[in-house]
Design a protein around this ligand. Structure first.
Ligand code: G6P
Length: 320
């Protein structure tokens, strides 16, 4: 019997989430999603396929914070282009050979697996504002045959998505449920919706060393306080001492991304040509309205021995 003690005490989807937050399961099969709405109108939508957050609205439900491609597949046929795909157990293309992840596809299997909805719980903060937490689980037994074959290790993932009035928290708990140790990488591939990429600055990375994947994976040091995006950007910032990366738009703070036990952040914008070349990126010029700031543990590997647990994630504050 597999020990699944990282599962929360099971709350059924039909249980009341406190007097006020509304939680519904909508759709069926691979298109099923969980929608949670606070009494003040803020909402979050999570597709069971990939446990992908596809929408997060703050500001009483008036402001969508996440970018989602018009051509994103939302039927389980491929990873979602937009929202917050979960990357596990490998980031990017896996090592070519001699690594347990070598047979996996780019970014691993978490974003293309069907997760279980484990339940919801609600809380009230000191100021009396509600929040609602949605828990999702993925276990080795829930993988497709291909994924299980490619990575035959026993693990349990518990992913908690907490919606509060002005923030969204997404936390992963990885447990080694087998006899053998394993290594993994993890990343939250958040697509932020922004008005105009030419007015965006990403702050909080000053002095950090990064690998520039556009410039042949060369290493550089961030020497400006702000990262500006004026062309294709694909950078892996590693071992960041600051906890918060800020997205500033037109001089005004737009999002704060606070890392919890994750040391790395990828900044990605495909720009003109790459956006055009991706069949599920639409409209073509929407690279102007998105930027990915992806928190993770992607430099080297996290190792878990039998029974060990890793926990890490992010809290995003919408500052509009
Ligand atoms: O096209 P995908 O597999 O979803 O990957 C999208 C992007 O993810 C990350 O940001 C990587 O750093 C990029 O190199 C990659 O292009």
């Amino acid at each position: 019997m597999v020990d699944r003690t990282n599962r929360p005490s099971a709350l059924k989807a039909t249980d009341a989430a406190g007097p006020e937050a509304q939680v519904d399961i909508v759709g069926s099969g691979s298109s099923s999603k969980v929608i949670a709405t606070l009494p003040s109108g803020e909402s979050v939508e999570v597709l069971l396929f990939g446990a992908t957050v596809t929408s997060w609205k703050s500001n009483g439900g008036k402001t969508e914070n996440l970018w989602l491609s018009e051509k994103a597949a939302l039927d389980g046929s491929k990873a979602v282009r937009g929202g917050v795909p979960v990357v596990f157990p490998v980031f990017g293309p896996p090592p070519k050979s001699d690594h347990p992840t070598s047979s996996l596809p780019q970014h691993g299997f978490a974003r293309t697996s069907r997760w279980e909805f484990l339940g919801k719980s609600s809380a009230e903060d000191a100021l009396g504002s509600n929040s609602v937490k949605l828990d999702f689980g993925l276990y080795s037994s829930g993988l497709t045959e291909d994924a299980r074959k490619a990575w035959p290790l026993d693990f349990g993932l518990l992913y908690s998505v907490t919606l509060s009035k002005d923030s969204l928290q997404t936390i992963i708990n990885v447990r080694n449920e087998g006899e053998q140790s394993f290594e993994f990488q993890f990343l939250l591939h958040t697509y932020f919706k922004i008005q105009d990429i030419s007015k965006v600055a990403i702050n909080g990375l000053l002095g950090v060393t990064y690998v520039d994947k556009v410039l042949n994976a060369t290493e550089h040091k961030q020497s400006d306080n702000s990262v500006k995006i004026t062309g294709e950007v694909d950078r892996v910032y590693a071992s960041i001492p600051q906890n918060t990366t800020s997205i500033v738009e037109d001089g005004k703070p737009r999002f704060d991304v606070v890392r919890d036990n994750l040391q790395d952040t990828v900044v990605w914008n495909p720009w003109v040509e790459k956006a055009k070349s991706m069949g599920d990126f639409s409209p073509d010029d929407d690279y102007k309205h998105m930027v990915c700031v992806e928190v993770g543990a992607v430099q080297g590997w996290q190792k878990l021995e039998k029974g060990e647990v890793f926990e890490g994630g992010q809290t995003i504050k919408s500052l509009l």
